[in-house]
Design a protein around this ligand. Structure first.
Ligand code: AMP
Ligand code: MG
Length: 419
């Protein structure tokens, strides 16, 4: 048998053990089952929480037909081609209905939100009517059914209005209130512990010695987890020794649903971490064809899911958004939502070598023709966190891409949809 030798190429060689981004995400999601626990919370505490069960409307909204205008309520069949004259018999205000039947030839003064009186199916705007004593004369052309909001027009009683797994947004709080829900069943919050490893890292408030840097990853992780509404356990900087890391991992995995570390998974450092993780649980070390963020450790320590993210600050954010965030949402009981991807015009050339999938950082805006246009946020090194800070989207460049010419179309993932 002859050995297949790949022809020389300008691509960065990726060993066959390297995973593609999609494949890595798929493998991770396959390992995550949603937590079952749930609780009832007051409606005001439900924003961003995940619905435990389908919500079925106990009533229709609006519960009764009502007027969309200030004007006069009448029977549609009374409308004449020429001007119509009706006798005013009473009034219906929002919350103060007209209690009697409106007969043919009669009408009722009605205000927006006022319940439609029995017999009436049409409202004529006050600007198109004239009142003289108790006679209303209507001008213009009208149709039966005009300006009436029907019962159940927004929501029909008995229908599913929100599905289990939906993450509640501001409109949902209003929707649930319109149905009379003071409380709602949501999943419990997931508990996430995290720490940083690296002897060079100092926490805020400590003085930097030569060679030291401040730990920034714990702050980006804190912020990204806060947006997910996780319960957070910040364990600080852990010394780069097997004993300290072992102790921290055991403590974290006993306390939390998920343990996230940053740093210590790159080639030079992986050896003792690898041994440690093999001793404590089942953890895979993956090389992912991804830039930034090639190494990723994923598995379980005790009952906790474990993510060992790279140390470089941009790599932490990219791997969090691409792998950890979907996993945490799934764990929390949220229905999977594919990322919102858009096409934008590259406003400048983008350099890229084939081989890895790159998440470059971009600034997306509308140009003068209202087309989406994207520029890069400067240097794209994995330690250059301000490239993330100035960005509002990722620019997605797939493995095969060998650069983008200004004016052509690229795929972007806006941060706005990333939570
Ligand atoms: P490592 O993956 O531990 O080799 O770290 C890669 C790079 O990221 C090194 O330059 C580290 O100093 C830096 N780094 C690691 N952890 C952090 C952190 N928590 N905050 C800021 N930089 C970090
Ligand atoms: Mg390190």
């Amino acid at each position: 048998m002859t050995e297949f030798i790949a022809p020389p190429s300008c691509a960065t060689a990726e060993p066959s053990t390297t995973l593609k981004v999609d494949e890595a995400r798929k493998r991770i999601l396959q390992q995550i089952d949603a937590i079952e626990n749930w609780r009832k919370v007051a409606l005001r505490d439900a924003l961003g929480q995940i619905l435990h069960e389908d919500v079925i409307a106990p009533l229709s909204v609006p519960p009764h037909a009502n007027s969309a205008m200030d004007g006069y309520a009448l029977r549609g069949e009374d409308l004449k081609k020429e001007s119509t004259q009706l006798k005013l018999v009473g009034s219906a205000f929002a919350g103060r209905p007209f209690g009697e039947i409106v007969n043919s030839g009669e009408c009722v003064r009605i205000m927006t939100g006022g319940m439609m009186p029995q017999g009436c199916n049409t409202v004529i705007m006050q600007e198109q009517a004239e009142l003289n004593q108790d006679i209303v004369t209507l001008h213009g052309e009208h149709h039966p059914g005009d300006n009436v909001r029907l019962a159940g027009e927004d929501i029909q009683a008995g229908t599913v209005v929100l599905k289990a797994g939906h993450r509640l947004i501001p409109a949902d709080l209003g929707l649930l209130a319109s149905l009379g829900f003071a409380e709602i069943a949501v999943r419990r919050r997931i508990r996430v512990a995290f720490f940083s490893t690296g002897d060079e890292l100092k926490s805020l408030g400590e003085a930097l010695q030569p060679g030291d840097i401040y730990d920034s990853n714990r702050y980006t992780l804190f912020a990204m987890l806060t947006r997910l509404d996780a319960e957070i356990m910040d364990m600080g900087v852990i010394k780069d020794t097997p004993d300290a890391v072992r102790h921290a991992l055991l403590h974290a995995s006993n306390e939390a649903d998920v343990v996230i570390t940053s740093g210590g998974v790159s080639v030079g450092e992986a050896d003792y971490v690898k041994k440690l993780l093999a001793e404590l649980g089942e953890v895979n070390f993956w090389r992912i064809a991804l830039k930034p963020g090639r190494p990723l450790a994923f598995g379980k320590i005790g009952k906790a899911h474990f993510f060992g993210l790279p140390g470089n600050p941009v790599a932490v954010m990219v791997t969090f958004y691409q792998f950890v965030q979907p996993a945490l949402l799934q764990l929390a009981g949220a229905a999977y939502q594919p990322p919102l991807l858009l096409q934008a015009i590259a406003a400048e050339n983008i350099r890229k070598r084939p081989g890895r999938f790159e998440f470059q950082r971009g600034l997306l805006r509308s140009n003068t023709a209202n087309q989406l246009e994207v520029t890069m946020t400067g240097e794209q090194g994995s330690g250059i966190l301000h490239s993330m800070s100035q960005a509002n989207c990722f620019i997605l460049l797939d493995e095969d891409c060998d650069g983008v010419v200004a004016g052509s179309s690229v795929t972007v993932q806006p941060f706005a949809g990333l939570i």
